[in-house]
Ligand binder design. Structure first.
Ligand SMILES: Cc1cc2nc3c(=O)[nH]c(=O)nc-3n(C[C@H](O)[C@H](O)[C@H](O)COP(=O)(O)OP(=O)(O)OC[C@H]3O[C@@H](n4cnc5c(N)ncnc54)[C@H](O)[C@@H]3O)c2cc1C
Length: 426
């Protein structure tokens, strides 16, 4: 069959790779100039490796993506970085049971209670009963109010903003259940990995059209897509089947013919955007070597500070120290709309508390924004999760809002891509 895939993120690339194993003829149509979607990377002059516009790593149990890397002989590096929380101006390493046991901000009883609560989530594989429960009301009850308010409430509020009181316990559970202390990272960056996948797809005769934006899917007698090609001209391609990997709100934009009942079910789904400021520094920002620093203060201008070069070697980036300053604002908020300079001004007090000399070290900075980065998972999400089959008979939807119970991630994008390959051709 002739199958069109919209989007060269990891869902689209994995779907293409899987469909080629069934001998289908694949064309991927991608708006951007490169593959990788939300995990896309870029390169500054003199860097050997690319860097993701938004911080990315894998966990060592991300088997779908790690198996795919193995299959195409792509080298993956495994590291055990330091994860800490920032409270009252200090870093506290908090990434193992023993670190929790010696965490001086909680009493021994509170630490034991927190440990028992996290162990319950870590070793409980049954997510379904948890989806009825609201995270922000349940967690203080099991962890204790003080522990929750010190560690988790600030993280929930800094990440989810106005949705902090809406998310279900399943969303929180995935973060404890699925995370590993060791992390994995594709050698050369996620862009190199995506390019390696594209080259595997192209070697088997697949086509990837970049700088080509789908404007409309037309599904009357034939299934056509109308897109603006890399010369800015409108083109129409005809396919037997189409797999759309865009978030639901973008899917609706290219399918105005969908019935209202279906449209309304997708409009209900909510999400947050993301901004990441990448600082290029002459020296290390987080001196204790922490890779992931969650800011446990509210209100905070920043959710997380991620020093990428405390995970990967600075030699790959012309000896520059690279730091993400990350947030998940909604697209109508000040943090999303602020200029780069305004954002740095907003972040400056916090960054100065982390390292008072950071401005002396600053070579340059860039800000990356993306409008849909984090689906909101309210209670009973399984009742509103979009279906793979759409009202258009030959058009299938496979996107970031369908990897439930898991939270978004390239591993789940790969799993989803493989799943939709089977569903769309069954
Ligand atoms: C801040 C942040 C941090 C993250 N951290 C991690 C992490 O550490 N580890 C991890 O594994 N995952 C992480 N993720 C999640 C991960 O990036 C996503 O889950 C995954 O990349 C989703 O892939 P996808 O292919 O489903 O969607 P996308 O990557 O969104 O792909 C959709 C593609 O469609 C294209 N497109 C959009 N509109 C059109 C159009 N009209 N025509 C043609 N093409 C179009 C887009 O350009 C894009 O390439 C993070 C995401 C963010 C934002």
């Amino acid at each position: 069959m002739k199958i069109g895939i919209i989007g060269a993120g990891f869902t689209g690339l994995a779907a293409a790779h899987a469909l080629q194993k069934q001998n289908h003829d694949i064309t991927i149509i991608e708006k951007d100039g490169n593959p990788g979607g939300l995990a896309i990377g870029y390169k500054e002059k003199n860097w050997k490796w690319s860097l993701e516009k938004h911080y990315h790593h894998w966990f060592t149990n991300d088997t779908f993506v790690l198996d795919l890397a193995k299959e195409i002989n792509f080298e993956v590096l495994i590291k055990r970085p330091k994860t800490s929380v920032f409270i009252d101006g200090s870093n506290y390493q908090l990434d193992s049971p023993s670190a929790l046991l010696t965490f001086s901000k909680l009493t021994l009883i509170e630490r034991l209670r927190m440990g028992a609560s996290l162990a319950f989530l870590k070793f409980n594989p049954f997510w379904k009963p948890l989806e009825k429960i609201n995270a922000s009301t349940f967690l203080p009850k099991i962890m204790g109010k003080h522990g929750y308010e010190l560690l988790w409430q600030p993280q929930l509020v800094n990440k989810m903003g106005k949705f902090a009181t809406v998310v279900s316990l399943v969303w929180f559970w995935t973060r404890i259940y699925k995370r590993t202390p060791q992390l994995a990272y594709p050698k050369g960056g996620f862009l190199s990995f995506a390019e390696a996948l594209v080259s595997t797809i192209e070697k088997k005769g697949g086509k990837v059209l970049y700088n080509s934006e789908i404007l409309k899917i037309v599904d009357d007698k034939k299934t056509n897509v109308i897109f603006k090609n890399n010369k800015g001209e409108e083109e129409t391609y005809e396919f037997d089947k189409i797999i759309v990997t865009l978030p639901s709100y973008l899917f609706l934009k290219i399918t105005p013919q969908l019935p209202d009942t279906y449209r309304n079910s997708l409009v209900k789904l909510q999400g947050l955007g993301a901004t990441n400021m990448v600082l290029r520094l002459k020296k290390q920002l987080i001196k204790d070597g922490t890779y992931w620093l969650s800011i446990c203060e509210t209100p905070s201008p920043v959710m997380v500070v991620v020093e990428h070069t405390n995970l990967m070697d600075i030699a790959n980036y012309n000896n520059e120290h690279l730091v993400y300053v990350g947030n998940y604002p909604s697209t109508d908020s000040e943090k999303y709309l602020a200029s780069d300079e305004e954002l740095l001004k907003m972040y400056d007090p916090l960054l100065s508390r982390i390292n008072s000399k950071y401005k002396e070290y600053l070579i340059d900075y860039r800000v990356f924004r993306t409008p849909f980065a984090q689906p909101i998972i309210p209670t009973n999400y399984s009742k509103i999760i979009p279906k793979f089959k759409t009202p258009l008979p030959n058009v299938f939807l496979a996107n970031i809002e369908q990897v439930y119970p898991w939270d978004r991630g390239t591993n789940y994008a790969v799993e989803l891509g493989q799943k939709i390959a089977d569903i769309s051709t069954a």
